[in-house]
Design a protein around this ligand. Structure first.
Ligand SMILES: *Cc1c(COP(=O)(O)O)cnc(C)c1O
Length: 392
């Protein structure tokens, strides 16, 4: 017999890419507590607590708010397949990689999809969205709040009201925004939102928190056809995460523990304090990256604090650079996607990782990587610029 693989012992990493981000130590700690059955009274209480905290973080009263048992993309798929029936019209606004994923899923769900495109790195103006709604009169409009492929932030605050003037439901991708920046489902009149656990909530990947407005629930009730997916069918999952707590599938118990702790951490810190922390660390990182000569992809004024996507300078090899960051410094950053494949580095400082320690480490390491690749750099300038930013 060949030798048994050794006990798992991964090298420590600092996960500063677009996700997963490092899990908070308290999250990892609750994950090693004993399993409960998915119908154990203790677990039912944990579910209720988790849903209540999730509503607070999403800033909503929506009854139908719970984590789908799979990653962010499953939340995306849940929102789309439950609200779309064959032949329904959908407008999807894309300004990067993840908008395109919504187009693909909506099409597979049977929608007649109209794609509105903004250049990668740009965002939509309200008038462009009004135009699309007027022309198409769709049942749903899908848009990404925080486009992780470009680091651009789409203002969602006025889109829900606008959609409702046309009888359209608003679906919003909050995968990279939840836990890092304000997400106000009720005030913004968002009808269906989805997120993940491994980015702003500092948990491992594995759950996708979603929330449906009463309008969306009404649409679900009035469907003429069955939801195309059995597993993601909210009309039946509701019997578990809704009132009855009847078996639908076995909840990933340990991941629910993790999410509960991640949400406790968010609310313990306070939403406003948490968002302010993300901005402070973003400003310092941005000052440092700028001092190193790196330029942001997203336009000034629509840059996400938690995801900093910058162009790789000419003459620096993408893969070699990231490889050195990982092997010499234990730091993972993301490469570019789609139009920016090979051309961008994406630095995430999300949730627990939004802190000075991470900012200084990545700046110091990047400086060495860039200098090593032959880029002329005023040595120490990145770290010094971040330091000045923190000093105010
Ligand atoms: C990460 C991400 C997703 C996909 O989430 P997974 O957890 O990888 O399935 C969807 N949308 C956006 C904006 C993302 O950043």
């Amino acid at each position: 017999m060949t030798q048994l693989p050794g006990q798992l012992n991964p090298s420590p990493r600092l996960l500063l890419g677009p996700g997963p981000s490092d899990a908070h130590p308290r999250v990892l700690s609750v994950m090693s507590t004993p399993l409960l059955g998915h119908l154990d009274p203790q677990f039912l209480t944990i579910m209720t607590e988790t849903q209540e905290m999730l509503r607070q973080v999403y800033q909503t009263q929506n009854q139908l708010t719970f984590p789908v048992s799979a990653t962010g993309t499953a939340g995306m798929e849940t929102c789309l397949v439950n609200l779309i029936e064959t032949g329904d019209k959908a407008v999807i606004c894309t300004m990067g990689y993840f908008g395109n994923r919504m187009v693909e899923i909506a099409g597979r769900a049977g929608a007649q999809v109209t794609v509105k495109e903004a250049a990668w790195g740009r965002v939509f103006e309200l008038d462009q969205i009004r135009e699309a709604l007027k022309a198409v009169r769709p049942k749903v409009l899908g848009i990404v709040h925080a486009e992780t492929s470009t680091g651009a932030c789409q203002d969602i605050s006025q889109i829900g009201k606008l959609c409702h003037e046309f009888g359209t439901l608003l679906i919003t991708d909050c995968v990279t925004s939840l836990g890092c920046m304000p997400v106000k489902l009720d005030e913004w009149e968002v009808d269906a939102a989805f997120s993940c656990t491994q980015k702003g909530l500092s948990c491992p990947p594995g759950l996708s928190p979603i929330s449906f407005s009463s309008r969306a629930v009404e649409t679900l009730k009035n469907r003429k056809s069955k939801v195309q997916s059995w597993y993601l069918d909210l009309t039946s999952i509701q019997s578990y995460w809704g009132g009855e707590r009847a078996y639908h599938h076995t909840a990933p118990i340990t991941m629910v523990y993790a999410l509960r702790e991640g949400l406790r951490l968010v609310l313990e810190e306070g939403l406003e304090a948490r968002f302010a922390r993300h901005i402070t660390n973003h400003k310092a990182l941005k000052a440092g990256l700028t001092a190193l000569g790196l330029q942001y992809i997203a336009a000034e004024g629509s840059q996400l604090p938690q995801l900093n996507a910058v162009r790789i300078p000419d003459g620096v090899d993408d893969v070699a650079g990231r490889k050195r960051l990982l092997s010499d410094f234990g730091i993972e950053v993301g490469g570019g996607l789609g139009e920016y494949k090979g051309k961008a580095w994406r630095i995430g400082i999300m949730g627990h990782n939004s802190r000075p320690n991470c900012v200084f480490q990545v700046l110091a390491a990047l400086e060495q990587v860039l200098a090593g690749a032959g880029i002329k750099i005023d040595r120490g300038s990145g770290v010094a610029a971040a330091e000045r930013s923190y000093a105010g």
